[in-house]
Ligand binder design. Structure first.
Ligand SMILES: C[S@@+](CC[C@H](N)C(=O)[O-])C[C@H]1O[C@@H](n2cnc3c(N)ncnc32)[C@H](O)[C@@H]1O
Length: 191
């Protein structure tokens, strides 16, 4: 990785890339909800560049939204509204500088996104919105678009500073029985 990603560990990144490589074999595009500066997006863009797949990335580009009660944690005091703020233009320029195809970049709060804002078929979804409502809304957006064999990876599932992530995932998993893998703070749901 030619740049330092302080949001996702190297081990998690290698897991994401391993799964992203496997998903090249199946139908559907890749999405990342919560792209921030695009560190992981750049790697995914490189992976899909000659595959015929497209990468779609989403962010408020205004940083985190307000927390809800589900996110309450003494350890998570740094994750306040507006933190992790970067502009869409900065992210776009990083792809251009890296000589990579610019993905479809959408600036929106996840709760405002509609079905048409996402690809018709999703092979791989990386959800990294940090907070309860962000993950709940992301799961809702991708769930009916995932192809058989597709994967949903949710970052910070095992992060006591961000307890809302596990809450949202566990609620979503109720009554479902997919294969699950854990890797550091990340949970992978195989469909
Ligand atoms: C931890 S960062 C993402 C890091 C990135 N995935 C990476 O691998 O480098 C979380 C991002 O999610 C965005 N975000 C969180 N909740 C959101 C929401 N409800 N709507 C839109 N963006 C959101 C924040 O703006 C922030 O940029």
């Amino acid at each position: 990785m030619p740049w330092k990603n302080d949001q996702v560990s190297e081990f998690e990144t290698s897991k994401i890339l391993e799964l992203a490589k496997d998903c090249l074999k199946i139908d559907g595009d890749y999405v990342e909800l919560g792209c921030y500066r695009g560190d992981t997006s750049l790697l995914l863009a490189d992976m899909v560049k000659s595959s015929g797949k497209r990468l779609w990335i989403y962010d408020s580009f205004e940083g985190l939204p307000e927390k809800t009660l589900e996110d309450d944690s003494v350890l998570g005091r740094d994750f306040q509204k507006g933190v992790l703020n970067v502009t869409k233009r900065e992210v776009k320029e990083r792809f251009l500088r890296a000589g990579l195809p610019v993905p479809i970049i959408k600036k929106a709060w996840f709760a405002e996104l509609k079905e048409v804002d996402l690809p018709e078929k999703i092979a791989l979804a990386f959800l990294d919105g940090d907070l309860y409502e962000s993950i709940r809304d992301s799961l809702k957006l991708v769930e009916n678009k995932m192809v058989p064999g597709g994967v949903i990876m949710v970052h910070d599932y095992n992060n006591s500073a961000l307890p809302g992530v596990a809450r949202a995932v566990n609620e979503w998993l109720k009554g479902k029985n997919p294969m699950i893998q854990r890797c550091q703070s990340m949970i992978t749901i195989m469909l």
